[in-house]
Design a protein around this ligand. Sequence first.
Ligand code: FES
Length: 107
Amino acid sequence: MSQDIILYLTDREGTTHSLTAPTDMNMNLMELCKSYEFPVEGTCGGMALCASCQVYVSSSHPLPERSEDEEAMLAEAFHVQENSRLGCQIHLTPELDGLEIILAPEE
Ligand code: FES
């Protein structure tokens, strides 16, 4: 059964938008941002190789641990904070309903 969730995304101008996201399409956060036409490059296509999809997670949702690839990429990226994640590594699941994220600045 399909279930949509709502995510709250704050863009680089500081405006918060609520996004409706499907959880049954195997989408990740980077793809969702792109589908709403936010300026998220996703240059590597979701391979954890570019960090252009970096977001800050500002709610306390339990998220899957960063993978080694994600850690390695964030170690080299700019503007990294403790709550930084690569959007492409976060798959949209029903548990993420209400997730709050902020787009990281462009590099
Ligand atoms: Fe390249 Fe996420 S799209 S790291």
